[in-house]
Design a protein around this ligand. Structure first.
Ligand SMILES: Nc1ncnc2c1ncn2[C@@H]1O[C@H](COP(=O)(O)OP(=O)(O)OP(=O)(O)O)[C@@H](O)[C@H]1O
Length: 275
């Protein structure tokens, strides 16, 4: 019997940039260097590392929007940078993203309902009435009210607007969401609530996450597995977050040092929609 195909597989993915600015002219930055990883269905991989270690570049590569110069990215067995454009378009809807800055992720002139309806319009071809009902259901799923569809971004708090962005990301019932520092700009309490929401949604919708963060404590609340990056490379991995105290690489220890020794990271946390 053949082995189960992973949802996502990166094979030896490399990407470099040429630095800009008058002092950096021509400087080559290796943003990711021969990165290989796999992610199964319903798994959450935490991707941590210092600033500039290549996390977001890897996230964009996974999303199919930053072509690597070497290596392959297979999503549901389809090479996201291959020649089969029809197959790539077919799997694209299963691949979504939530960014850190929810205010710049949405059009300030569009209501929450219009923002959430965009992917539905592009991929689903629903009637106006069906779209309205689906948007209301999605808002309720993320802990908001159906009537919030009529509000504009400036009428939400940061936590509420991040819920709107999550509603948009799950609107097509994707198989994988890249969460790029998705809770980093929120205060600690709201962060815990959004992490709890993401955890519940993952269960309910059977999704996988790549959770990019510099905050190991946040990652430990959501992730099943961990990859630690430094200078474009994965320098340490954990197959289970239970082993978080077994990390040995200096970068991992520095990130762990920001969490400990106060107390071990707990997965507990309340879920409250009033953010
Ligand atoms: N478009 C670009 N042009 C030039 N250099 C880039 C570009 N994007 C990223 N880099 C460089 O690649 C390296 C990795 O950047 P990346 O944003 O992936 O790191 P990161 O770990 O996500 O950092 P942060 O946590 O600060 O967002 C950095 O040195 C960055 O300056």
């Amino acid at each position: 019997m053949s082995a189960v195909q992973p949802l996502l597989e990166l094979r030896q993915v490399s990407k470099h940039f040429h630095g800009g600015g008058i002092f950096k002219q021509g400087r080559r930055v290796q943003a990711t260097k021969a990165v290989s990883l796999t992610l199964g269905a319903k798994e959450c991989l935490g991707l941590v590392g210092e600033s500039g270690s290549g996390k977001s570049t890897l996230g964009r590569i996974i999303l199919g929007i930053e072509k690597p110069e070497a290596g392959e990215v297979l999503f549901q067995g389809i090479n996201l940078y291959g020649k089969d454009k029809a197959a790539i378009r077919a799997v694209r809807r299963d691949l979504q993203v939530v960014f850190q800055d929810c205010f710049s992720s949405v059009n300030p002139r569009m209501t929450a309902g219009e923002s959430i309806a965009e992917p539905l319009k592009n991929f689903e071809g629903l009637t106006y009435r069906q779209t309205l009902r689906t948007v209301g259901e999605l808002l309720e799923l993320v802990g908001l009210k159906a009537e919030d569809a009529l509000k504009f971004p400036h009428q939400f708090s940061g936590g509420q607007l991040q819920r709107v962005c999550i509603a948009r990301a799950i609107s097509l019932r994707p198989k994988l969401i890249v969460l790029d520092e998705a809770v980093s700009s929120l205060d600690v309490l709201v962060q815990a609530q959004i992490l709890e929401l993401l955890s519940a949604l993952r269960e309910e919708l059977s999704m996988s996450y790549v959770f990019i963060s510099h905050d190991l404590a946040a990652v430990a609340r959501l992730a099943d597995r961990l990859a630690v990056m430094q200078a474009g490379e994965i320098v340490e991995r954990l197959e289970t977050m239970e082993d978080i105290h077994c990390l040995t690489h200096p970068v991992s220890l520095a990130l762990l040092g920001a969490v400990l020794p106060a107390e071990p990271v707990s997965r507990a946390g309340g879920m409250d929609a009033g953010t």
